[in-house]
Design a protein. Structure first.
Lengths: 114, 113
């Protein structure tokens, strides 16, 4: 069975540009979460979506937005890129959004902002 | 509020030696605790999880962790390290009705031959 897939794997952008990252959850999973992992740190929660609705948002500026599609895939958008947005962006999926669910992570998209 | 502290950003052991990676948590509600492993240039792989069923949790690759409420700890151990265990290990807590995970800063494990 396919795990969580993310695209692209790597991306280079310049300051001020916009970027869209994509995630496909494990088949049957209805919840997708996004995390940002800056080099040398643990992942930080950005968003969680379940059944196409936002269920949680971390402490990130409004430049970060996301959505979930009817097929449960998701996109993360970041506008007006800053150097500090350079990071590994991880997508995780789970069956539902409840407390007990295990989140399974994809390989990530590595974003470099120049 | 929920948080995780991983003591020791780097741990080095010899092949065959005991591995002990420390994790202390803070949670205002009964926690669910997780250990993930990250190999270079890869995403996170679930090693094991504590969901209040048993305090000693066994995971993949010979790892296990013990939940100690009195010490608010969830340390990860493996009796005998293997070269393939070299990776970064993250402890995470989920302590609310929402799905978000709170991660520690990670511990880089190096295994010497």
């Amino acid at each position: 069975d396919a795990g969580v897939t993310q695209s692209p794997t790597h991306l280079i952008k310049t300051r001020g540009q916009q970027v869209t990252l994509r995630c496909s959850p494990i088949s049957g999973h209805k919840s997708v979460s996004w995390y940002q992992q800056v080099l040398g740190q643990g992942p930080q929660f950005i968003f969680q979506y379940y059944e196409k609705e936002e269920r949680g948002r971390g402490n990130f500026p409004d430049r970060f937005s996301a959505r979930q599609f009817p097929n449960y895939s998701s996109e993360l958008n970041v506008n007006a890129l800053l150097l500090g947005d350079s990071a590994l962006y991880l997508c995780a999926s789970s069956l539902t959004a409840v407390y007990q669910e295990t989140q399974y992570f994809g390989p990530g998209t590595r974003l470099l902002v120049l | 509020a929920q948080s995780v502290t991983q003591l020791g950003s780097h741990v080095s052991v010899s092949e065959g030696a005991l591995v002990l990676l420390r994790c202390n948590y803070s949670s205002s509600v009964p926690p669910y605790l997780f250990w993930y492993v990250q190999y270079p240039n890869q995403g996170l792989q679930l090693l094991l999880k504590y969901t209040s069923a048993a305090t000693l949790v066994k995971g993949i690759n010979g790892f296990e962790a013990e939940f100690k409420k009195s010490e608010t700890s969830f340390h990860l151990t493996k009796p005998s390290a293997h070269m393939s265990d070299a990776a970064e290990y993250f402890c995470a807590v989920r302590g609310s009705t929402l799905g978000r995970l709170y991660f520690g800063r990670g511990t880089q494990l190096t295994v010497w031959p």
